[in-house]
Design a protein around this ligand. Sequence first.
Ligand SMILES: Nc1ncnc2c1ncn2[C@@H]1O[C@H](COP(=O)(O)OP(=O)(O)OP(=O)(O)O)[C@@H](O)[C@H]1O
Ligand SMILES: [Mg+2]
Length: 462
Amino acid sequence: MKLGVLVVDDEKNIREGLGRALELDGYDVSLAADGEDALQNIQKGTIDLVITDLKMPRMSGEELLKTVAARYPNIPVIVLTGHGTIENAVNAMRMGAYDFITKPVNLDHLSMLVKRALGNRMLALEHQALKEEVERLENKRRYSQIIGKSTAMQKVFDLINQVAPTRASVLITGESGVGKELVADSIHHLSDRKNGPFIKVHCAALSENLLESELFGHERGSFTGAVSQKKGRFELADGGTIFLDEIGEISHTVQVKLLRVLQEKTFERVGGEKSIEVDVRVISATNRDLRAEIEAGRFREDLFYRLNIVNIAIPPLRERKEDIPLLIAGFLSEFSRENNKTIKGIDPKARSALYNYRWPGNIRELRNTLESAVVLAKGDIITLDDLPPILRREDEHGFIRLDLGITMAEAEKEIIRQTLYFTKNNKSRAAEILGIGRKTLHRKLDEYGLTAEFGPGESGTP
Ligand SMILES: Nc1ncnc2c1ncn2[C@@H]1O[C@H](COP(=O)(O)OP(=O)(O)OP(=O)(O)O)[C@@H](O)[C@H]1O
Ligand SMILES: [Mg+2]
């Protein structure tokens, strides 16, 4: 597929001359003698860029420009102007022209302009395709906040769906920032307890004594400072779900009490005698290795088995890089909206830096990085300059990292993907490096579902 360029000029010599030059640059050129002809041509849907004269019979270039800007905002328009009519040109820019060029046309200049304009268009289209995919996936899943389509995340989604309607305790494990809280949230909101309370407790944030009274409440006078009776979080969560974050940090005393709630569904307030009965579903999370904590004698094994009826393990982002493009698209839309900016895409260098980084802080770090990039971006494309220095450094390394345990097909997909990032989506170069024909490369892009990311088109992003 070649990119389509439409040349509109009432002077036959000019449009045919420009047309021939652009054909030599490898574009699929169409010609039109006036605005109306041009619009009919654009309606066919094969035009990626328009070059138009301003003064023409029937529909003028200005009218054409206005119509294209309104109906096809993604098609850039380059305006041709005669000498001494720079005012018209400036006016045209205000109306949304991509740029202008004066007659007689310098063909090298035109060639450069067209290349640049189409480059931006490709980025915008690529971003649009990813945005649509995010929306499609969001509609498919009911818990709209969790983005991901990797095999690993599909497994997580399946587990969420299976476990949500039950009252089984769930232990969510994974590194910091992988989305443990988000998953806990989804489980509650997909369960039949969704109209009941969802109570979160950050177990690492409180001292041992405070945590105990926070969870189970206390009677008046039970310790210094206990001036009145207080209900604990377990009582508040009655009929709903309690989320115990950083469960690996709790003390022995609290472990014992917790075990009893899980086994017998009853407990006493601190300093109280009356047994209180509750109906609470327990979800907990940790980034520690609880089995190692058990080995070391710091965590009770019987409690572990009660908490870990179902385990949802969320892998770190670097082990599911397929999710990165979707996450980027999702966060870009979110932060563009929030900051009232229209970010149309990410340039190839920035994209490959985002892709190659190891993300020790996982999705939280990616999210924060994109938020600051959107705020810092000067234009409507995110560039390498908008990213923190640590990402820019990593971009210089030229290697492909593959995780153990993947199939040959997955390895091949990853090699193709990373080579395309390396060549900045130049498919001829990528095919050359990979030692395969371009047709083969295109077939594989289809086969592996990589077209949303890299587009089906043949020309590399200039
Ligand atoms: N799959 C995802 N899709 C969209 N946003 C995500 C996803 N995973 C995580 N996030 C976002 O990343 C941030 C961190 O997620 P979350 O707080 O759930 O991580 P965590 O695993 O609980 O981390 P920690 O162990 O540090 O508490 C949140 O802003 C969350 O909304
Ligand atoms: Mg958390």
